[in-house]
Design a protein around this ligand. Structure first.
Ligand code: SAH
Ligand code: SF4
Ligand code: F3S
Length: 465
């Protein structure tokens, strides 16, 4: 993204730190490597860190082993993510012995939990920088200290702010992310995100549109607008559906516009109408249901019932042609009975998802659910997760039958070499289609006709170039 005019003291401090780092490392040809865990929010933060590193004079290293600076951008949404981070950071010790000037930093959501961050900082003395999610804008200043052999620990509690002047080094490709809001106010009782990402705050529509225009001019063909709950976007008197209409009207060159994630409690009829009417708005919605039992939904603080959810699904299907719905589901929430779990399986069968991410409930320190009685034993969670996945394995393919003979447009993303090479790309509704074709079609839109399917993917051929 184009650099913006520096507007405040912090930007000036950052700028002078960037200059100082550039001088410090001039002629050394230093490379960086960023390892990102978790969701698209983190992916996008990593693109901002990469943008600042580029400004500081670093280049992207060929691999982790060749890097002079390694950053771990961490996630803590489930326990598994935390364990992996501790393990992977531990492995870097050897690399530091081989390359004494290697700087190691750990940041992201997991480091925003001060106690966890302290534990990591103490356990691994070879970690040079630990910083939380609200420190991104201070990165060059922290890097300068680390280059001076000082260990940096910077985790501040904050509701968060909207920072507009960070550069972005985007992952190359045809599809990219644009943040429209940060943080979350929903406090679902199982979830750590509101604690580590601060309060909900929306970017100004003009800033969002300027960024969308910028990425389209750089050649990106698909933009995903990001937020923990995009349906509660609100800025300059604009709500989410109005923002979508403005983006489509003011950036007509953009071929595909997507968004995620939608909270069912805030999914309005106006948004469904916008999905039906706006041609470049993709006909796919990621609508996490989390559970099918009203009792569990209430305990999760989700603020809708399974009936409310099914009504939304019916409205979407009635108004938006070929719409596909994907979801997130948690099994084994505290107090979940067999009957509650069966309600989740029944809902999954009724909706007919095109894909679903399923998780065993993982207690997160500081959340309400972690303190609830009736925590479900691990073996029961595992059994329910397996059973739910088996239900999905049956329902997802049955949803594909209607695509036989279907014609539509895919954006070719790459070549799959697992068998005979096949191009792959998605329809506007996020269904993946595999076709035979020339690699030079990567990055272009092609018309395809579907002939068959396997699990959640479709197979077909190109009908027109
Ligand atoms: N903001 C998004 C998703 C955030 S986290 C939303 O509201 O939908 C992504 C998914 O991780 C959630 O949808 C949920 O299914 C899962 N998740 C969050 N906390 C979890 C926990 N403690 N244990 C298991 N899964 C969890
Ligand atoms: Fe977590 Fe709920 Fe916020 Fe999503 S809406 S980030 S699940 S608290
Ligand atoms: Fe995302 Fe994980 Fe943070 S899911 S917001 S990276 S806790």
């Amino acid at each position: 993204m184009q650099d913006r005019i520096l507007s405040d003291n912090e930007s000036m401090e950052r700028q002078s730190a960037i200059e100082a780092v550039r001088k410090r490392i001039a002629g050394l040809e230093l490379g960086y490597h960023i390892e990102t865990y978790g969701c698209q929010m983190n992916e996008h933060d990593s693109e901002k860190l990469a943008g600042m590193l580029r400004e500081c004079g670093y280049h992207k290293a060929e691999s982790k082993d060749k890097a002079d600076l390694i950053l771990f951008n961490t996630c803590c949404v489930r326990e598994h993510a935390e364990k992996r981070t501790f393990g992977n950071v531990g492995f870097i010790k050897e690399l530091k012995q081989e390359n004494p000037r290697l700087i190691l930093g750990v940041c992201g959501c997991m480091m925003q939990q001060k106690e966890v961050a302290k534990k990591l900082f103490e356990r691994f003395p070879f970690v040079d920088m630990v910083f939380g999610t609200h420190e991104l804008k201070h990165f060059p200043q922290m890097l300068l200290k680390a280059l001076d052999d000082k260990r940096v620990f910077q985790v501040t509690e904050s509701d968060g702010e909207v920072i507009e002047d960070l550069p972005v080094e985007r992952i190359e490709g045809f599809s990219t992310f644009v943040n429209i809001m940060y943080g979350c106010n929903n406090f679902c009782t199982y979830c750590i995100v509101p604690y580590v990402r601060g309060r909900e705050r929306s970017r100004k529509p003009d800033d969002i549109i300027a960024e969308v225009k910028q990425v389209v001019s750089e050649g990106y063909k698909e933009v995903t607008l990001l937020g923990q709950n995009v349906n509660s976007y609100s800025s300059d008197g604009l709500d989410f559906h109005a923002l979508l209409r403005r983006v489509c009207a003011e950036v007509p060159e953009l071929r595909r516009l997507r968004f995620m994630t939608s909270h069912p409690k805030d999914l309005s009829d106006a948004l469904i109408d916008a999905m039906a009417e706006l041609d470049s708005l993709c006909k796919h919605i990621h609508l996490p249901v989390q559970a099918g039992s009203d009792r569990v939904l209430k305990a999760m603080n989700r603020k809708y019932t399974s009936e409310d959810y099914l009504t939304l699904v019916s409205k979407l299907r009635a108004k938006v042609p070929n719409v596909e719905i994907t979801t997130d589901i948690i099994v084994g929430f505290p107090g979940e009975t067999e009957e509650d779990f069966e309600a989740t399986c029944a809902l999954v069968k009724k909706v007919g998802y095109s894909n679903a991410y399923t998780f065993a409930y993982s207690p997160r320190g500081g959340t309400i659910a972690a303190k609830m009685e009736d925590q479900i034993p691990e073996d029961i969670k595992k059994r329910r997760l397996n059973k739910l996945n088996a239900v999905l394995a049956e329902t997802i393919p049955s949803n594909n039958e209607k695509y036989i003979g279907f014609e539509g447009e895919i954006l070719v993303e790459g070549v799959d070499h697992r068998g005979a090479p096949l191009l792959f790309g998605k329809l506007p509704n996020f269904k993946m289609v595999y076709v035979e074709g020339d690699e030079r079609l990567i990055g272009t839109f092609v018309q395809v006709k579907v002939e068959g399917y396997r699990f959640n993917s479709l197979f077909g051929h190109i009908i027109e170039r």
